[in-house]
Design a protein around this ligand. Sequence first.
Ligand code: FAD
Ligand code: HEM
Length: 403
Amino acid sequence: MTTEQKEMVKATVPYLREHGVALTTHFYKRLFEFNPDLKNVFNMGNQQNSKQQTALAMAVLAYAENIDHPEVLLAVLDGIGQKHISLNIRAEHYLIVGEHLLASIGEVLGEGATEDLLKSWEAAYFQLADIMSGHELELYRQQVQKKGGWTGWRPFIVKDKVRESSEITSFYLYPTDGGKIADFAPGQYISVRLFLPELNLLQPRQYSISTAPNGIYYRISVKKETSTHPTPDGMISNRLHDFVSEGQLVDVSAPAGSFTLKDGVHPIVFISGGVGQTPLISMMESLINSGSERKQTWIHGCRDQNVHAFREMIELWATEHDHLERHVFYSTTGHELNKEGHYEGWVDLNRFRTEVQITADTEYYLCGPAGFIEKNLRDLVKLGADRSRIYFEEFGPQTLHLN
Ligand SMILES: Cc1cc2nc3c(=O)[nH]c(=O)nc-3n(C[C@H](O)[C@H](O)[C@H](O)COP(=O)(O)OP(=O)(O)OC[C@H]3O[C@@H](n4cnc5c(N)ncnc54)[C@H](O)[C@@H]3O)c2cc1C
Ligand code: HEM
């Protein structure tokens, strides 16, 4: 790109940001009008709550804004790339998205969209698209090089369906072809794809693998997302709970994701809210299986004992392993609060005196709703944790940018 082109692109970013909703609404309308097959690729639930509209187009604008020093955004590109490969996004898709995004930019800018300006945006977009699809190709290459690895969608059979709590159920998934499955880094997720008759579409969703790698099956543990009127129930989680039974097939993509357990010797604190416990359970079980002596503290919050999945399993782990401790917060009162290590209310790190030491050399892994992560991350930093050792994952498009 020439210096003039970069300047032109940068000059229009604030305007496009200001009109972000118009831009993204235009973009998705066009994209799905011309390529309705892509409705099977995007999460149409996120389209409803407008999270995804913001994520893709805003990432392009952030890139354009930083076009003089794009390296600042490279760190986040891995997380996006992991999501893309989990959804089988290929280099040719970038051409389609580019066409509609550039047309939408032109439409939003109206008369201000000169030919030179549009050419500059085209150069900026394809520069980013090349970086991203190149990185994703490398991730696909790594997937097929793994024993039992694959790319794209592979049919799996649900061999067991186990109720873990009043709203969380586990699904044990085995490949129907009888082949091996790829190992994964504890904390990674798979995408599961189902046909939704009410939409007449296939729909993918991500689910963290909730066990340590075992070479034979993947277990996912899914919360039934029920909503109060007028918001509809979650589409895939309800379908899995109510209609997908043992013996049925689902499409699965290979494990992906960058929220993974780091090697090391430092103590670890896991902090989860609700079903956010799934990737952390995989991490804990992997540490146990490896015989690691690292000190592990698990702090979990949920409404009450009825919705508390894996309670007995983790109680047992804590009894059997001296270096594993657990603390549980229930936001509603009940008899279970009498137990040692149980607290009333939402997870509040400020309430610990000596039970949990927040130190700079400890690693922290957080998973739960956005507000939960935000609060606990801020508390951790205030209480002395090192920000660079705090890792987190949000169960949806990454909307948190916490420094
Ligand atoms: C990396 C990652 C890992 C994950 N791991 C897990 C896991 O281990 N376990 C797990 O249970 N989930 C996990 N999730 C979440 C999961 O992918 C799904 O998002 C979740 O199951 C909800 O999907 P759904 O199809 O049921 O809901 P959707 O239909 O996608 O709806 C999502 C939410 O939006 C609400 N909604 C729908 N329509 C509207 C509307 N018009 N207005 C406002 N709100 C609306 C729904 O009630 C629902 O709560 C993970 C997500 C990610 C990104
Ligand atoms: C330069 C181009 C692109 C950028 C900057 C971009 C950016 C993003 C971002 C920021 C996310 C959210 C990541 C997260 O959930 O954490 C995302 C997700 C996604 N992207 Fe892209 N993307 C690009 C190209 C594409 C292309 C070409 C496709 C394919 C048609 C695509 C399909 C998707 C899908 C399906 C998701 C997940 C959406 C969901 O689950 O709702 N993206 N992308």
